[in-house]
Design a protein around this ligand. Sequence first.
Ligand SMILES: O=C(O)CCC(=O)C(=O)O
Ligand SMILES: [Fe+2]
Length: 540
Amino acid sequence: MSGTRARDPAQGEPGKKRGKREVRGEFAAAIREPALKEKAGAAWGRREPLTHEAITVDPAPFCHGVIPDFLPCPGFLDGLQRELLDLDFHPKCNDLYKFKQSDDLTKRKEPHISALRKVLFEEFREWLAAVTQVELEPTIDLSCAKYEHTDALLCHDDELEGRRIAFILYLVPPWEKSDGGTLDLYSTDGHFQPQRVVKSLVPSWNSLVFFEVSPVSFHQVSEVLTKGKCRLSVSGWFHGPSVARPPRYIESLLPRSPHLPYDHEILYEWINPVYLDMDSQAQIQEEFEERSELLLKNFLKGEKFQLVCEALQKEDIKWSSRGPPNKRCYEKAEEGSLPDVLRKCLELFHSEALFLLLSNFTGLKLHFLASSDDEDEEGEEGRAADCTGHSSSKPKQGESSQKANGRADQVDQPENDPQTKESDTKNSSSVPMCMGELRHWTNGHYTLVHDTQITEFALDLLFFCGCEDWDAEYGGFTSYIAKGEDEELLTVNPENNCLALVYRDKETLKFVKYVNHRSLERPKKQSRAGFWDFSFVYYE
Ligand SMILES: O=C(O)CCC(=O)C(=O)O
Ligand SMILES: [Fe+2]
């Protein structure tokens, strides 16, 4: 190879008058050679691996190819990179991702971007159609992404009507696996649900990855760990005839159960007495009726909270990972392995006395002794059952519950609610129910909103431990959003010894934001990184 740097065609011929010249791009000549093209096609068709210096094809875990030197002209790549970096980038952030995206590339007039569009959607599309035997349409679907420190795109399958082949062209500086930002491919189970990362592709300058979009094409961009480098890429999809898809897999419901028969003694044992006073409960209810959310600080007695925090760090607790990764990734404590104090704490949240206390905090009818809307409508003053064993007058509930119920912006579907058809999830029994778990959150953990998620009215309870100095920048907060929109309605940040209550309606979804590796920079005050929460959901 000559040491002369290939000229960027955009710069024009030396000595010639500079004018607006059309830039032409070309993709790797080696893969256009009929013999190699045929080999690639055969490998793709037979789902067999092919390893060649100009292209690799691998059928596992789903069919994909890598072209390490996609555009042979370095001048062209430099010009392209310059134009891309000059675009406006917009921060994108939701449950699934955090990165920056450029303006739409489908109509940009910049010479290198236009030329890339032509290469991809004309010459390369033809090549790819021949190799994959899919009739690819000329539809242009192209954008540019910038992933920097702590950015990530979590597990997803790319499936959308008409998308047949995904591709990504990387324009990154020298990149190591330890920099993060790998394109991770997941294996799947018999229900087409992702299981674990079985292959990680490290991005490299001018390499192009392509893969078949299918019910099993689960992948992610792992969190970018490097601080100084930018993972720049151009990506998009080739479209073609839609193919029939299997129905979305519906998970089985997590079991719900009625309260456990514990009387008010358990409240006195555990809870800050401030919250057991009937007047303060009335005030709390007023606030909840106004906002459908509450934060009760120093909720447990100091000494109990201390004991819980110490117990959470015990080595013999078994934590099992909860997936699948297209829906969630966190650790759940196996109840059988819990020390007494933690088992008791779970029982507290499950107890009859707490159902009644929550009724008094919220105006919801989580206990038969709590007044209901109907009673109020009949003109009776609701009477709050005193969870401490007495009874006293309770504020009117009609207005409040109606307000909470009517809020279009607060809904349900805890991430630990498995996906189910709405009708199946109604609390058909007249008995109030709950479900709950003790969870551990550390780097790499998250929950996602997903389209088979149920939505129903419910009261969420979160109680946090081990979150001293937790910064919202680390993630780990619970975000409530309106169905179909990214806009945040409410965020609950982890805070020590704090009880959060949120009433959700049918139009609200929630997720826990990905916990990034900056969370590991927190001063080490406990044996395990991250934080814990007791997460319960109550149904009237
Ligand atoms: O940048 C990558 O490696 C993958 C991007 C991706 O999966 C997507 O944009 O859907
Ligand atoms: Fe993707």
